[in-house]
Design a protein around this ligand. Sequence first.
Ligand SMILES: Cc1cc2nc3c(=O)[nH]c(=O)nc-3n(C[C@H](O)[C@H](O)[C@H](O)COP(=O)(O)OP(=O)(O)OC[C@H]3O[C@@H](n4cnc5c(N)ncnc54)[C@H](O)[C@@H]3O)c2cc1C
Length: 342
Amino acid sequence: MSGASHRGTSNRDQVLSAVPVGAETPDVDVVVIGAGPAGLSAALNLARSRHRVLVLDANRPRNAATLASHGYLTRDGISPLELRKLGLAELDQYPDTAFQRARVDSIRRVANGFAVAASGHRGAAGSIAVRTTTRMVVLASGLSEVLPELPSIHHYYGTSLHSCLVCDGYEKRDQALALLGETDDLAERALLVSRWSRNLIVFTNGVGMVTAEQEAVLAERGIRVERAPIRDVVGDRSGMTGVALESGEVIARVGGFIRPRYVTTVDYAGELNLAVTAEGFLEVDAYGRTSVPWVYAAGDLTPPGPKQLIIAAGAGAMVAGGINRDETLQPASSTELSGTLK
Ligand SMILES: Cc1cc2nc3c(=O)[nH]c(=O)nc-3n(C[C@H](O)[C@H](O)[C@H](O)COP(=O)(O)OP(=O)(O)OC[C@H]3O[C@@H](n4cnc5c(N)ncnc54)[C@H](O)[C@@H]3O)c2cc1C
């Protein structure tokens, strides 16, 4: 599926063909923001539930740094790009669906639902601006990660260094690993990493918090804590080879895990005043209903935050179920759309 192009389905053409810049495309049932596993799974199940669905995506998935995704049943080891391609191809089989590469800038309430505005990426093939109105919105735009500020850290992220233990721990088993982070949960994280390798050094960069008691517990498992400031992650063409301290000392490590900080980037939905948790994730119920009627959310941007592909996909399917229930059990006329659902 490329762009919001025509696929020869008359109903779909009527609804979605006019997506080019500045065009109004009223009466889309659901706009899904984000074509990661959460958004695509929601869209697929909504399409199968006979909704007209437009998926908008800025093409910046959280796992863009990695070449192989693990732990997704039947797709263990698949490349993230391939998984997304398969998801889009499955969606493409259904009438009244469209996918457009565009970044959503704003969502506003209008009389019969919501107005969504998205901009195209200059230089990105097939990316165009979109103005559309929709009865419902699914937010599935994921998270942004903030890594410790080390000059070369992004160079090794997704290959030598990872953040998800279950996703990438197995490939790192029994290797000489580093845990890098500036958060206060490093000790717990280190204990979890020790499931895959006890040849582990925790690097706090002089910022991350590990108490003396926690350090003693870690020491019992042979895990060392290095509190000195880090200059950089170092390596060669084969990958990471060590962690260089400000002192000049290089501690040999062939890979490991980073504990990032996570930021939900839903500024585009600011006008909706959605309720968020203390940690900044969107508050949702079991069906992904947010605090605003007819606005749903699924995936990494909901509590408890970063997940796995299959969990995000499952949450997307739950949202589709929630929308079906809300529409069918409490029919959505245009007046009800601006009313209270829960
Ligand atoms: C390096 C790395 C490796 C990983 N490896 C694995 C693994 O092996 N196995 C596994 O199960 N999980 C893995 N994960 C976790 C997994 O990638 C996430 O849990 C999953 O992608 C979350 O899905 P999502 O649909 O919520 O968000 P995402 O997949 O991040 O998708 C969100 C989409 O929304 C789009 N978007 C954001 N803002 C906007 C906007 N304003 N307008 C339009 N679109 C927007 C983004 O471009 C993106 O495409 C990994 C994560 C990282 C960081």
